[in-house]
Design a protein around this ligand. Structure first.
Ligand SMILES: [Mn+2]
Length: 419
């Protein structure tokens, strides 16, 4: 067996994307072809393996012996964070689209532990359910308090469930992507009262999710009829990915070039650092009409001004909105637990009001919070802040339901007016 690290792969690991095309001579025939005569040049899958499809095979008895609707798995009306069965914020569970429909469920939160795109499993979804290390967000029942800025207790204003996890094949991104897309569409396709639909909130998992998450939404809302606000340190439109069309470095390119979302309907926030993109990537952004607000602009013009422009950009698109939130947009001082941390990012006090305003002032139809990697953070801040982002999003959605959609609404009682 002849195995050699090809010059191409070595170059990709060691040099920025812009340098790859300049790297060295082509591989020799011996280096690129480790296949002996008579062997097949591909490694096949074995569909007869009994575990081949178990990760996506839904239990036959999932609805048996019970009426459709959310299932409250807690015994008591409320309690402390560290008691009870850990679902997202101790919320009831739903398992099927019939459950969502029967319960008129407005928000379905689910995990998607997509691995394989240069990223190991991280327990992001399970740790978001776990009150350990961030218990302040897990009070429930009588202990759950309203958010100060809206005056609303979002978990009580909205019907929200823990929808379990999307199916993910632990060794293949290619086998997983179509299943995620179908899963997202099956949630967003649930029609509720008042012509609304269930809002899927996907907890990742790597950012390769953005492609099937957004594509699944366009299956319901229409190709070209979705806008995206993309929070990220990185532009995620890399032209290469070791031959994979879907990685955590290129979902934006896949969505635009695949015709799912128009470039002019995408707004990027927080780009920075040498690994974000190069000038050819910036040119790609410009020629495809994307709006972007890099950290350099935030420093130059100030957050309040830039935030106004971001919200204007989203309003201009005026289409159902998908929020793609890569936690590495936040400064790694606050969220170190992520795959590709990049210094000098957004502060939480900048991200939270924008998240609240997007969800209150715009027609949000889906949200993803991705690249969370609690296992690479020995402290508690990554989970605390990721949960704060999610809670602020729910807060905004509750405000929208209550009609509190005027720009930058704040509960008047929290402003000191001298009385
Ligand atoms: Mn990303």
């Amino acid at each position: 067996m002849k195995i050699k690290l090809s010059a191409g792969i070595f170059a990709a690991l060691c040099f920025p994307l812009s340098a790859i095309s300049y790297m060295g001579a082509p591989d020799t025939a011996e280096e690129v072809d480790p296949i002996d005569a008579g062997e097949e040049p591909v490694v096949r899958l074995n569909p007869d393996d009994p575990s081949y499809d178990v990760w996506k095979k839904v239990r036959a008895d999932i609805q048996e012996g019970r009426e459709p609707g959310p299932i409250n798995v807690q015994r008591y009306y409320g309690g402390t964070p560290w008691a009870g069965i850990p679902t997202f914020f101790h919320l009831p569970v739903a398992l099927t689209p019939e459950d969502l429909k029967a319960g008129n469920v407005e928000v379905a939160i689910f995990g998607a532990e997509l691995i394989g795109d240069m990223r190991a499993r991280s327990y992001g979804p399970q740790e978001m359910r776990n009150p350990h290390r961030s218990e302040v967000y897990h009070n429930w029942g009588a202990f759950a308090m309203p958010e100060l800025d809206s005056g609303l207790a979002a978990l009580q204003e909205l019907t929200i469930v823990d929808y379990g996890d999307a199916p993910t094949e632990p060794m293949s991104i290619e086998r997983t992507i179509p299943e995620i897309r179908k899963f997202v569409a099956s949630v967003a396709g649930v029609e509720l009262e008042d012509e609304k639909r269930t809002i899927p909130i996907i907890i990742g998992g790597g950012h390769a999710l953005m492609y099937p998450d957004a594509a699944g939404l366009t299956d319901i809302y229409g190709k070209g009829n979705l806008s995206i606000i993309h929070f990220d340190a990185h532009a995620d439109q890399a032209p290469v990915g070791f031959g994979h069309f879907v990685t955590h470095g290129n979902p934006v390119r896949q969505l635009v070039e695949g015709g799912f979302v128009k470039g002019e309907d995408i707004v990027q926030v927080g780009l920075r650092g040498p690994n974000s993109t190069d000038l050819s990537g910036v040119e790609w952004n410009r020629s495809n009409g994307l709006r972007y607000h890099m950290m350099a602009e935030v420093v130059e013009r100030g957050w309040a001004t830039v935030m106004d422009d971001i919200l204007k950009d989203v309003r201009r698109a005026n289409k159902p909105l998908f929020i793609s939130f890569d936690v590495d947009v936040i400064d790694p001082a606050f969220i170190p637990g992520t795959s590709t941390p990049e210094p000098a990012g957004l502060y939480m006090r900048e991200a939270l009001p924008l998240m609240r305003r997007l969800c209150a002032e715009h027609h949000v139809v889906g949200v993803e919070i991705v690249e969370l990697r609690p296992d690479s953070d020995p402290g508690y801040t990554s989970l605390l802040n990721a949960k704060a982002i999610l809670r602020q999003c729910l807060n905004g959605l509750a405000m929208r339901k209550k009609g509190l959609t005027e720009p930058n609404y704040l509960n008047p009682k929290i402003i000191d007016d001298g009385v």
